[in-house]
Design a protein around this ligand. Structure first.
Ligand code: C2E
Ligand code: MG
Ligand code: MG
Length: 334
């Protein structure tokens, strides 16, 4: 406990703002701690343990410290294995996209679809993105895979268009790291050009938390996307802390109301109020709303009464592989 006391003192001292050339600078940092002899019998072992603790502390946010524990090395080696498997997955093209439609909430006409990645792994079966996107992000592999996702989604929609299916715009998810890559705009332009794709059929989804990370940067990327002719949706809306002022000044088209509110809405008045507030605010700002994760008719009807614009969820369809998805297009135009 003496150690902790010292540590907190150091953390506190360092976190005071520094003045350098008139600018105020705030340092943030993370700490990993290992103890002799429990976490290592020599300097090398101790540093290794502390390094592992440090990497966990860093992941958990800044200004934190973390003591080493034995299961960290299990986690770390499991991560390493997954990383290797994912590198192979890229090489062997083991990723596939599923597509989930979203509909006009009043007419139930399909108005768009979202591309969602899956990993068809020889060892682990069909792996959902929550299990591997974080590793792709951490290792930077998401940049390469992200371009693949964009290209595959556009090629698919283009193919459907060429076969005279009545296609609808496709939304592609951008994770934080992808969103922050320097040449994102150039990459999107390049892939659109290569695929001969109509930019107006492409929507980029970024999460509310990524949106809020660096406001000026977000503005420049979104403006560039608008110039290309794509639409922008804010994903998982309601979980972050966007201020109204930002939404008003940014070129955004849709807010996707986070699944957690939709799930609770029918039985929890607080969630229902949040949904009402989001929809009304969105409409005041001329944005459309899409409710995520609608599973029941009751939820669907409730959202329709609240004048939500669009709905997505298992109630009408799960995400589907391309061959199954095409059965959802109305046959008439074909
Ligand atoms: P998201 O973009 O918010 O996607 C919605 C998630 O909700 C999808 O999970 C979808 O399958 C699921 N979902 C849809 N309707 C329902 C419903 O009625 N009930 C329930 N319980 N769930 C529903 P999925 O495909 O596992 O994706 C999870 C997250 O992984 C996505 O959240 C997105 O953040 C990320 N992700 C998925 N595909 C990609 C991708 O291609 N690129 C990137 N960067 N991230 C992706
Ligand atoms: Mg999404
Ligand atoms: Mg979402």
């Amino acid at each position: 406990s003496d150690n902790i006391f010292m540590l907190e003192k150091i953390l506190k001292e360092i976190s005071y703002p520094l003045k350098i050339d008139g600018d105020e600078i705030i340092l943030t940092f993370s700490t990993g701690i290992s103890l002799y002899p429990h976490d290592g019998g020599n300097a090398f072992e101790l540093l290794k343990s502390a390094g592992m603790a440090l990497s966990i502390a860093t992941q958990e946010g800044r200004k934190t410290y973390q003591f080493y524990s034995a299961d960290m090395s299990v986690t770390a080696s499991a991560m390493l294995l997954l990383e290797k498997q994912l590198m192979k997955a890229i090489k062997n093209e083991e990723f596939i996209l599923h597509y989930q439609p979203y509909w006009d909430i009043t007419t139930k006409k399909m108005v768009g679809m979202e591309a969602l990645i899956r990993w068809q792994s020889k060892d682990n079966g069909l792996v959902p993105p929550g299990k591997f996107i974080p590793v792709l992000e951490e290792t930077g592999m998401i940049i390469e895979v992200g371009e693949w996702i964009l290209r595959t989604a556009m090629r698919q929609v283009k193919a459907w268009q060429d076969e005279r299916y009545p296609v609808v715009p496709v939304s592609v998810n951008m994770s934080l790291i992808q969103f922050r890559q320097k040449d994102l705009t150039e990459m999107v332009k390049k892939v659109i050009r290569e695929c001969g794709f109509y930019p107006s059929l492409l929507t980029l989804e970024i999460t509310e938390s990524a949106f809020m990370q660096d406001i000026e940067f977000t503005r420049s990327v979104l403006t560039a996307m608008k110039e290309i002719g794509c639409s922008v949706s804010i994903d998982d809306f309601g979980t972050g802390y966007s201020s109204l002022a930002y939404l008003k000044r940014f070129p955004v088209d849709n807010l996707k109301i986070d699944i957690s509110f939709i799930r609770e809405m029918v039985k929890d008045p607080d969630s229902a109020s949040i949904v009402v507030a989001i929809i009304n605010m969105a409409h005041t700002l001329n944005l459309k709303t899409i409710a995520e994760g609608i599973e029941t008719e009751e939820q669907w009807n409730f959202l329709r009464l609240l004048r939500c614009d669009m709905g997505q969820g298992f109630y009408l369809s799960k995400p589907l592989p391309a061959e199954e998805f095409e059965k959802l297009f109305s046959g008439e135009d074909k």
